[in-house]
Design a protein around this ligand. Structure first.
Ligand SMILES: Cc1cc2nc3c(=O)[nH]c(=O)nc-3n(C[C@H](O)[C@H](O)[C@H](O)COP(=O)(O)OP(=O)(O)OC[C@H]3O[C@@H](n4cnc5c(N)ncnc54)[C@H](O)[C@@H]3O)c2cc1C
Length: 383
């Protein structure tokens, strides 16, 4: 008998949602989550959009989440396609309010809930997986080994299990976030977006009220424009309007931190007793602010497919899950192309030409897979 029915690699929103939902829906299944717990705070200033509330309800964590220090968000502001920012009021929507997340607390709440619901939590890194006649052998970085009937890759956009198994990544672009935190603590602000000649910026506030500004551009442009170093980054900031005003009088706390942010999609072959959830399955442009809600949703949907497969031998849920992720990504690419198409002020610049070339098609042509980690290493060396 395998040590676990389901082993989930990665304890972020996608992995935890899958684990909690599995325990709720199929309590007979033995579920393990492995996560090294060593991720340093990323300070991206992530917003949880209002519609994510249904997944907090579904996982039974809304009440504790609301009392956990996240800041309510009632609108975003965007100067997309115009010099003047326009507010998108959440209050006009059904769900009314979103949240500016304290990401560490959010992940800690999800992990604690998973443990309370009976998930076996292993603080370790999955180093390798090997296919057995029935299920998998999973080797951990500390040298231990366990067997599992089913695997879930929830390791984020690097998808370390998928990559190890040679599953192809289809990547649409080479978007990079170049992120700087500012002090002292300033007044809270709404998430604000401002396009520029070579990409777009966002500004937001963390729960500790430090301000975060990020420049989003393609990796070659980040290199050319020196956006990986503080001097080049501040020069580009100076050429903006809203962002410059939001950073006025504040001091940068560090050199830009670089994070990959490309749109990508992976499809796990039906023959493998494995699914990918969250960013491991598909990653969206941060312009959408959908990454965490999408990770929660895919974790919940995957849990039903996994339980039906293991408890009833019913594989239709796995097929539906894979189709859902593929269709969701197709719809997302179309919406993203339309959204980028609404900004025409810098149509002669490479960043915008690349996005406008996708209009009318079902999204951009997908790029051959080059490991993002290699790309990031090269950029950090330049910085
Ligand atoms: C600049 C930027 C801004 C963003 N802004 C927003 C926003 O405003 N709103 C929003 O919703 N989303 C936003 N996102 C996206 C969001 O951060 C992700 O979509 C989300 O974190 C995905 O969750 P996940 O659970 O799939 O992966 P992750 O959160 O990346 O979690 C993966 C986990 O797996 C663990 N792991 C990795 N490898 C292994 C291994 N081998 N074994 C075991 N564990 C492993 C990691 O330690 C980590 O804990 C933004 C992203 C970027 C880059």
């Amino acid at each position: 008998m395998a040590d676990f029915d389901v082993l989930i690699a990665g304890g972020g929103p996608g992995g935890c949602a899958a684990a909690i939902s599995l325990r709720n829906y199929a309590p007979a299944l033995r579920v393990c989550v492995a996560d090294p717990g060593t991720r340093s705070p990323r300070n991206l200033g992530e917003t949880l959009p209002p519609q994510a509330g249904v997944f907090l309800d579904h996982l039974g964590i809304r009440e504790r989440f609301v009392g956990d220090g996240h800041v309510r968000a009632y609108r975003t502001e965007s100067a997309w396609g115009s010099e003047h920012p326009i507010a998108n009021e959440f209050l006009y929507g059904v769900h009314q309010c979103g949240w500016r997340l304290d990401r560490e607390r959010f992940d800690a709440l999800l992990a604690q809930t998973a443990r309370e619901r009976g998930v076996d939590w292993r603080r370790d890194h999955v180093a390798s997986v090997t296919r057995l006649d029935e299920g998998w052998a999973v080797r951990f970085r500390d040298g231990g080994c366990h067997t599992a009937r089913f695997l879930v890759d929830a390791t984020g956009r690097n998808a370390s299990l998928c990559r190890q198994l040679g599953i192809v990544t289809r990547r649409d672009d080479r978007l990079i976030a170049s992120v700087v935190r500012f002090a002292p603590q300033a007044e809270p602000i709404d998430l604000t977006v401002e396009p520029c000649a070579d990409g777009w910026w966002y500004a937001t506030a963390l729960a500790d009220r430090t301000r975060v500004l990020a420049c989003m551009s393609d990796s070659d442009i980040v290199r050319e424009q020196g956006l990986a170093g503080l001097d080049g980054w501040l020069q580009r900031l100076d050429a903006t309007r809203c962002m410059r005003a939001l950073a006025a009088g504040l001091t940068p706390l560090e050199a830009p931190q670089l994070y990959p942010a490309a749109s990508l999609h992976r499809s796990v072959p039906a023959a493998l007793p494995m699914l990918a959830v969250g960013d491991a399955a598909s990653a969206f442009d941060p312009l959408s602010s959908q990454g965490i809600a999408k990770a929660l949703r895919s974790g919940v949907f995957a849990s039903y497919a996994v339980a039906d497969s293991l408890l009833r031998g019913d594989e239709r849920g796995r097929t539906r899950y894979r189709d859902f992720i593929a269709d969701e990504f197709t719809g997302y690419r179309e919406t993203l192309a339309q959204y980028y198409g609404r900004e025409r002020r810098w149509s002669d610049r490479p960043f915008w030409q690349r996005r406008h070339a996708n209009e009318g098609a079902s999204g951009p042509p997908q790029l051959t897979d080059r490991r993002e980690s290699e790309q990031m290493r090269a950029l950090r060396q330049v910085a």
